[in-house]
Design a protein around this ligand. Sequence first.
Ligand code: ZN
Length: 419
Amino acid sequence: MCSPTGEKTQNCKGEDAINEQQAEPFPWRLGAMDAHCHVTDTMPSVARIANMKARVLTIMATRSQDQALVSSVAARQTIRSRADIDATPVESSDKIVPSFGWHPWFSHQFYNDTAGKPTFDSSAENVAEEKARHYAEVLTPAPSADFIASLPVPRPLSSFIAETRSRLDENPVALIGEIGIDKAFRLPQEWSQGEEPERDQNLTPGGREGRLLSPYHVKVPHQVQILEAQLRLAGELGRAVSVHGVQAHGVLFDALASLWKGHEKEVISRRKQRLVAEGAEDFSSSDEDSDDGFPRKQDRANNKPYKPKPFPPRVCLHSFSGPPQMMKQYLSPAIPVRIYFSFSMVVNLSSAGLESKFVDVIKACPDDLLLVESDLHTAGDEMDQVLEKMYRKVCGIKGWALTEGLQRIRKNYEDFIFG
Ligand SMILES: [Zn+2]
């Protein structure tokens, strides 16, 4: 039922298909891909990955505490190439595509030493004073002295970029993520006395863990700087990125667009396309992006030449929650980046009210740019279950049989990761 009254609306076209495929067993053997999750937030659950039915989990790093964890999990169970996925059965325990990035919720922990005047001077004698200056500049409203005292001494952004570059060098398939912009979040309050030793030891530190929220936000221009530095690294190395955007669709689009400005693709008119077809002259090339004039470099995962660019080649807008009009903005043929849209039960269908909006967005999403994700923080059966639910939902709305849907989304996923 798509409307609360049960009336058939235009949005219900996929309803019959949904009913039909609900009864079908789920074809796990075709390979269900999870485009975005956080299993290293619950390290004891990682042992369950080998027994999961999903074929690939794309594990995001977000903050200081999880970068090395994602690296170590990937070192044991990584996927090294597209051929790896094809060559091994769904039961393979090699299921991991790692992703390294710094989430906007933690962006205040960096000072930007890559451009302009830094908000923190590492050579200054009075570290506490510099720390207060940094947090006063990047947080809003002005933080209290107690709150500043609870925050770490900020790190230079350049050191994180260097660290991420070497992690990406080690793993030729790794992505950059989770990165992005979030206007809605507020920093959690410091742990109150005696509370921290009682926290759940199974959880990787650094997350919110039920703490109350403070009134403090990270100023958007600071979030944009941290995001852009990571997008540039992805562009330089030719890696895909996984992006988070909450109440920030306009700012996020502008941040991405500022990087590809001047590199927009020439949009060939229908008439010109027809003339080309009639003249049988082939303007295309077997080389990727051969028309944009960048020097070439080897793309190790694909064994294809890759030319460094100021923007990433492929972007996934994870748990995309914008309206269809916003999706259209990203689909302009002039944009030189392939932009994918990924959907999760936990965000996109977290309330009954979101269902009708979701149907419209799935219908508007091009078939070849659609991805599915769990966005869960624990590996295991529940992750398989939410993935299955979302695959079934999407297939129902698109009118795809499950076999067709899984094959399509698997191809989309592989194109997103490997290019
Ligand atoms: Zn996430």
